[in-house]
Design a protein around this ligand. Structure first.
Ligand code: MG
Length: 167
């Protein structure tokens, strides 16, 4: 009928995307676990693209803005920060608004390193951070078939969709 209502939605969906440039050396963190000690993201925090995209998905689902508004990369408090801190903050906002995570679907796009062997660990770690069971999280990994900056191994990206369920 077009009229506004204060009724809480039973479900809310959110989407997040993040990309970081890669550099030689350091640690590559994805979904809160270290997957390489040969390359690392150029980032103010630990540059975990999965967690950054997940934060944006959570914030987006509850209309709470984006990661840059909550954690400005000019703020010295977040220099070298473990991105799980950002995720915990976003999840707290979600919970305060009366929601829990239904499921999360994650796509990581990277030419290197090979991620297949890390998928179960990433899935377990992200499920723990989101406070859900393992089968409520899916990790997909793909390449960009040699095309663009990701395809040349100069960058890594992640795309996350979450469904929230009213508590
Ligand atoms: Mg980021």
């Amino acid at each position: 009928s077009g009229q506004t209502t204060s009724m809480r939605l039973p479900f809310r969906v959110g989407h997040g995307y993040d990309l970081h440039q890669l550099q030689p050396g350091g640690k590559l963190m994805l979904a809160g676990i270290c997957v390489s000690e040969e390359i690392s993201p150029v980032a103010h925090s630990d540059g975990d693209v999965v967690l950054h995209a997940a934060v944006d998905a959570l914030l987006g689902a509850v209309a709470a803005g984006d990661i840059g508004e909550h954690f400005p990369n000019t703020d010295p408090r977040w220099a070298g920060a473990t991105s799980s801190v950002f995720l915990q903050h976003a999840l707290k906002i979600v919970q305060e608004k009366g929601y829990r995570v239904g499921n999360a679907d994650v796509l990581i796009i990277a030419e290197r390193p090979k991620l297949k062997k890390h998928k179960p660990t990433m899935q377990r770690q992200l499920a723990a951070l989101l406070e859900v069971e393992i089968d409520q999280v899916n990790i997909k990994a793909g390449t960009n078939e040699g095309c663009d900056a990701i395809g040349r191994g100069e960058a890594i990206a992640a795309d996350v969709t979450v469904l929230l369920i009213a508590q």
